[in-house]
Design a protein around this ligand. Structure first.
Ligand code: MG
Length: 284
């Protein structure tokens, strides 16, 4: 595949992403997939979905795990509910993530991805120690499926994420870099963070956002906006990715599933913007 194939975040059933039909209409060659609900995670569903992808010449480049009970209503709620960090759901969610990895194998896709949650800052705590053990156990299952796990950025600073990955110490743990999340969560300037974690970046999101006001940054959300309208700086972002040697998919994420018409319009605009920037940067 030529460098920087454009992609979109898509869903099989109701989910955060667009329907495959939208990806097909936009003629993008790749998608990342939001993992379907348990009832749809079977060989029949995988075969049917793969067939549709083949007909549309679309490659699934990553499957994102997500869980019942997660809420992104505000930053504090996200910290309490998202990923493998919440202790009361940790064991059940790891089990579910292993099943998602198995389903991902049925889609012949080598990458699963995940918001692991807000990694505890107290690295001496029992919760942190158990999270390390849990993540290793998950990574071993994923490795047996011939896969890697890419962690979504945003909930940790670049420093904290690198520290955590170092403590996990497995060679199939990488990063899905989302520059807008660094802004939305207020965890760091995205380009500086990208340079810091770049050696681990194996997939990325093209998403944009505006910073929250300084006095509430890190406690209140920034604002997600159409690609190119925010504070990321898309050309700088792409040039930084190129300098890091990243040639993988540019996966557009526009998290306004409640407004599918606007979502589709904004993603169409993002495809055009990325197509122009890619030509400008790669052909010069
Ligand atoms: Mg993202």
């Amino acid at each position: 595949m030529p460098p920087w194939p454009i992609g979109v975040f898509a869903s099989i059933d109701a989910g955060l992403g667009v329907h495959l039909d939208v990806a097909r209409e936009l003629k993008v060659p790749t998608i990342q997939l939001h993992a379907p609900h348990a009832a749809t995670r079977n060989a029949t569903a995988a075969q049917a979905f793969l067939k549709k992808c083949e007909e549309a010449a679309i490659t699934v480049t990553a499957v994102f795990g997500g869980f019942e009970g997660e809420s992104y209503a505000d930053i504090a709620t996200s910290a309490r509910t998202v990923g493998l960090v919440p202790e009361e759901t940790r064991a059940a969610r790891v089990q579910e993530m292993k099943e998602i990895s198995d389903f991902t194998r049925l889609l012949h896709c080598p990458t699963v991805a995940l918001h692991i949650g807000f990694v505890p800052h107290d690295t001496a705590s029992a919760s942190y120690t158990d999270l390390i053990a849990t993540t290793r156990d998950l990574l071993d299952h994923i490795a047996a499926n011939g896969q890697q796990l890419n962690l979504e950025t945003g909930q940790e600073s670049a420093d904290h994420l690198l520290h955590f990955m170092g403590d996990v110490g497995r060679n199939n743990l990488f990063i899905n870099f989302d520059p807008a999340n660094m802004i939305l969560y207020g965890t760091g300037e995205p380009i500086a963070a990208l340079k810091q974690v770049g050696h681990f970046v194996r997939s990325i999101h093209c998403k944009d956002a505006k910073w929250a006001a300084p006095e509430v940054r890190g406690t209140s959300w920034g604002q997600e906006v159409p690609l190119g309208d925010g504070d990321v700086g898309m050309e700088t972002y792409l040039r930084t990715l190129l300098a890091l040697g990243y040639t993988g998919p540019l996966t557009i994420e526009r998290e306004i599933a409640q407004d599918p018409e606007r979502q589709k319009t904004d993603i169409g605009h993002a495809v055009r913007l990325l197509t122009q920037l890619r030509a400008k940067i790669l052909d010069s």
